[in-house]
Design a binder for this molecule. Structure first.
Ligand code: BGC
Length: 752
């Protein structure tokens, strides 16, 4: 692409025209950003027309260059405000003022709008996605997305790059914290509602990373070998469910290869499954540097190259002019982007910037954190902290803040990290580094317990930590595991010094409670020696306040794990993380600028193989099938109350209605997350059970409620590769009900 500049006066005129056009374009883009532009009256301004009709009306007026302009980004430069006209986010497509087509200003925003620190902007840091998934609450997921959508618009963005929904097939994946757990129904339902919330604010939502990007190590090189049935019933099913709920405007294809082809030029994934079978109407954009070809990617179904132009600029124009890529194919790419701009409401509701409503963000962040925190152990009712006079808070920087996850899902702490980050060693570590939110557990707890003596010990010295614990009624040790995009955890074990600290404190005071801030499951060699364990995840800007409310019992915990906590790495499908050979890894030390890295990424790296031979057995399905005991099962989480289940009945039909009664047998009001699983007939050759539904039941002490959970027939089918369809296997199904995947006290057969 670029401008053709000829010799002499013609050259001057062309140059001037180009300059004026560029200035006008930028002025228009800026006016749009400031919310000053009024969309003119175009034939496609009529909001009563369908998005498809409106998109086609525009396409008829477009030149080839204008079409191509929509099919790639304008590059990204994190050291400046980005390319001209960009709002400084991770991606930007130029507007076409002549036709009233707005720019698409993209920002990462998995748990809040990112890159704030580079631009001096504030946005609310919500609890991380896996944390929020522990709420099992679709309405909360919607509010989560809607808040991010509002703040995106407030800050001048029109598209979110959040929406991660890869399953925790490899829980050491460094991005487990920004996904929604290990079950396709739970993950898909929650991610779908997040995107629905985002799009309710006229912001384009995106689901990612399509597909099988289940670890970070060697993500640009790895070839995931996995059979179709396994994909369709696990990761792809999560996307399918999320798309069904949200009508997401965009799907981001991933860096890795799947069964030989890069995901962003993978005909099976993009064309056959996503566009044909899932009937996805939006556009596919490549992960940043994930495009590797022109005609092949275009044929396979990639619509937009991001973040810049290596393949979908001049090269795309050439293959169109030579008919290697047909006009029909080109127009389909353009149509998908334009119809999304209309369908989501971006055209009719131009972005209006304003100061984000910080108070509203705080309130929602706290209430989400309160519903995300999972109480894992509570021996002798050590919690809530009733009548405790002396508390020793130990370790984990609990005096100043709570941890957050790193990489493109990083929402920056206002005022910077309250714990200074380690010095950067290369271009990546200058952006991806631990950041702690200014939400101090010590302060929050002190405020809640004015009559108790709450002390802090950093945990750096075991001797003083033990002494502090000894002098207190209760010791609370804060332990953490930082996780970030671009690398994986070598192990689910916490750092040895953290385990040692917990052991030492527990030896000094049996009333020891461990609070974990992790983005993945953690192993707990000390589990039998402590009284309490609370998983707080990366709880966001109001994390400490939410945690304090749980610890003192002002809030009764409701969170249930969206991911299994295994006993150790040895019990995982791949006990050792599969690492790439050196030639399949980028040498970040040799890269000076982010843009150089993009060039390297486009070139690609030699593949290395990962065989996902555990197939369908992801998460709890693996431990169930392999009969491996776990530390804490999927769906598990304690409450300060207790619940009893009775009277299960299952009425067949589509949906089947699963009814039962839940009674609060405890002394506190609470919300129980009642779960429904199904075991399929042997002939289905499935893992022992799968989640097929759930409901949240609010109950006062002593109260009971009859609940009905609809289970759609789709949730009881299996994917048949030979016929490329979903089949119901005849036979006896068992419907199981309870409050974790391993505590299912009720069961009833259902025969088809
Ligand atoms: C990540 C994406 C992200 C993009 C833009 C990539 O490295 O994998 O999830 O949206 O960068 O920041």
């Amino acid at each position: 692409m670029g401008l053709t500049i000829k010799q002499g006066s013609r050259r001057r005129i062309t140059l001037m025209a180009a300059l004026i056009a560029a200035l006008l374009t930028d002025a228009w883009a800026n006016a749009q950003l400031l919310g000053k532009s009024q969309p003119k009256n175009y034939p496609w301004s009529d909001a009563n027309l369908s998005p498809d009709v409106r998109a086609d009306m525009v396409i008829k007026e477009m030149t080839l260059d204008e079409k191509i302009l929509l099919l790639h980004g304008q590059g990204v430069d994190f050291s400046t405000a980005g390319p001209t006209g960009s709002n400084g986010g991770a991606g930007y497509t130029k507007p076409i003022p002549r036709l009233g087509i707005p720019s698409i200003q993209m920002a990462d925003s998995a748990s809040g709008v990112t890159l704030g620190s580079l631009r001096g902007r504030y946005s609310t840091a919500l609890p991380n996605n896996l944390g929020a998934a522990s709420s099992w609450d679709p309405q909360l997921a919607f509010e989560y997305g809607a808040l991010i959508g509002r703040e995106l618009r407030d800050e001048g963005y029109s598209m979110s790059l959040g929406g991660g929904v890869n399953l925790a097939r490899e829980p050491r994946n460094g991005r487990t914290f920004e996904y929604q757990g290990e079950d396709p129904l739970l993950a898909g339902t929650l991610a779908g509602n997040v995107v629905r919330g985002l799009q309710s604010q006229y912001v384009i939502g995106d689901l990612k990373h399509f597909a099988m990007n289940d670890q970070e190590s060697g993500r640009s090189a790895l070839n995931a070998n996995v059979d179709k049935r396994a994909m369709r019933e696990t990761d792809l099913l999560a996307f399918q469910i999320a798309l069904g709920i949200s009508d997401a405007g965009a799907v981001m294809c991933s860096y890795n290869r799947v069964n030989g082809d890069y995901a962003c030029e993978n005909q099976y994934l993009l064309r056959d499954v996503l566009k044909k079978d899932f009937k996805f109407k939006g556009f596919v954009l490549s992960d940043w540097g994930g495009t590797h070809s022109t005609a092949k990617a275009s044929h396979a179904g990639l619509d937009q190259e991001e973040p810049g132009i290596f393949f979908f600029g001049d090269d795309l124009k050439k293959v169109i002019e030579s008919d290697e890529v047909s006009q029909e194919e080109l127009n389909d790419h353009v149509h998908r982007i334009l119809r999304t701009v209309f369908a989501v409401g971006l055209f009719d509701h131009p972005v209006q910037t304003q100061v984000p409503d910080v108070d509203r963000g705080f309130a929602l962040a706290q209430s989400i954190a309160e519903r995300s925190i999972v109480l894992l152990k509570n021996n002798g009712d050590v919690l809530p902290l009733n009548g405790v006079r002396a508390i020793a808070v130990i370790g984990g920087h609990a005096d100043v803040g709570v941890l957050s996850g790193g990489g493109s899902a990083q929402t920056d702490p206002p005022g910077g990290s309250v714990v200074p980050p380690p010095p950067a060693t290369d271009v990546m570590s200058s952006v991806i580094r631990p950041a702690w939110m200014p939400s101090s557990p010590l302060r929050a707890l002190t405020a809640k317990l004015p009559n108790a003596k709450v002390t802090y010990n950093s945990g750096d010295e075991l001797v003083t930590a033990a002494a502090a614990a000894k002098q207190a009624d209760v010791a609370i040790v804060f332990a953490y595991q930082w996780e970030a995009e671009g690398s994986d955890l070598p192990t689910l074990d916490l750092a040895p010094e953290q385990n040692k600290l917990i052991e030492t404190v527990a030896a000094a005071n049996p009333k020891t409670i461990v609070v974990l801030e992790t983005g993945s499951p953690a192993t707990m060699p000390w589990i039998d020696k402590v009284s309490g364990v609370v998983e707080a995840w990366y709880p966001g800007i109001r994390g400490a306040e939410a945690l304090a409310n749980i610890l003192v019992g002002e809030v009764n915990p409701t969170g249930k794990l969206a991911v299994t906590f295994p006993r150790g790495d040895a019990d995982l499908p791949h006990p050792k993380l599969i690492l790439p050979p050196p030639e399949s890894e980028f040498n970040f030390a040799a890269v000076a600028e982010f843009s150089d890295f993009m060039k390297l990424a486009a070139k690609g790296l030699p593949p290395f193989q990962i065989d996902y031979d555990e197939g369908l057995k992801v998460g709890y399905k693996w431990y169930d099938a392999e009969k491996k005991p776990v530390l804490f099962p999927f769906g598990f989480g304690l409450s300060y109350s207790s619940y009893a289940y009775s009277g299960l009945s299952v009425s067949p039909g589509d949906p089947a209605i699963v009814s039962f009664r839940v009674l609060n047998t405890g002394k506190h009001a609470g919300t129980e997350i009642a779960q429904v699983y199904a075991s399929l007939p042997d002939a289905a050759e499935e893992p022992p059970k799968r989640l097929v539904g759930w409901t949240r039941v609010e109950l006062a002490p002593g109260e009971s409620k009859q609940v009905a959970v609809p289970v759609s027939r789709n949730r009881l089918t299996v994917y048949d590769e030979a016929s490329d369809s979903w089949k119901q296997i005849p036979g006896k199904y068992i419907i199981r009900v309870g409050n974790s995947s391993q505590n299912l006290s009720l069961e009833q057969p259902l025969t088809f």
